[in-house]
Design a protein around this ligand. Structure first.
Ligand code: CA2
Length: 150
């Protein structure tokens, strides 16, 4: 079984509770289920959300030995965190960056993402469906066979 890490950053625990006009009505739990439903055979999903940059970095480092790929919505850290970029640069597998909203149609400070410098793909504006597309892409990119022991 190969593991995909699904990481959600700050404030995404509030999904479905506020600003549905931007982020939709689905909760974080819904998003994690949508992502899980998109897994190909032989893959499993490990999901976490944190409001703390260091906790996200700890998970990315953990992924180095435990995950075949990472789907990450870094939230506002996308636009600020060189530390998350550095952690992702130390991960060898595919990385998909997801934004629920279309960050390019929003304030200019959301138009750049440090994480995009590392991501193999970037999805923005598809709503929760973006997580499913990202999971499908990771499954397609990861070679078949057992997870290598690093
Ligand atoms: O569109 C996205 O997924 C974002 O990564 C979401 C971040 C934002 O800072 C990025 O620019 C784009 C914010 C997540 C906040 O989520 C909330 C959800 C419901 C209510 C309040 C905040």
């Amino acid at each position: 079984m190969k593991t995909i890490f699904l990481l959600n950053g700050p404030n995404l625990n509030l999904l479905g509770q506020r600003q549905p006009e931007i982020y939709g009505a689905e909760t974080l739990e819904d998003v994690e289920r949508i992502a899980r439903d998109a897994l190909a055979d032989g893959f499993t999903l490990e999901a976490m959300q944190s409001n703390h940059e260091g906790a996200l970095i700890d998970s990315i480092q953990e992924a180095r030995t435990k995950a075949a790929g990472i789907v990450i919505n870094p939230g506002a850290y996308s636009h600020t965190s060189i530390a998350i970029l550095d952690a992702l640069n130390a991960f060898e597998g595919p990385v998909m960056e997801v934004h629920i909203s279309n960050i390019h149609r929003r304030e200019s400070f959301r138009h750049t993402s440090y994480v995009s410098l590392r991501a193999d793909g970037v999805i923005a504006g598809l709503g929760p469906e973006g997580y499913a597309a990202a999971v499908r892409r990771i499954c397609a990119l990861v070679p078949a066979g057992p997870q290598p022991i690093r």
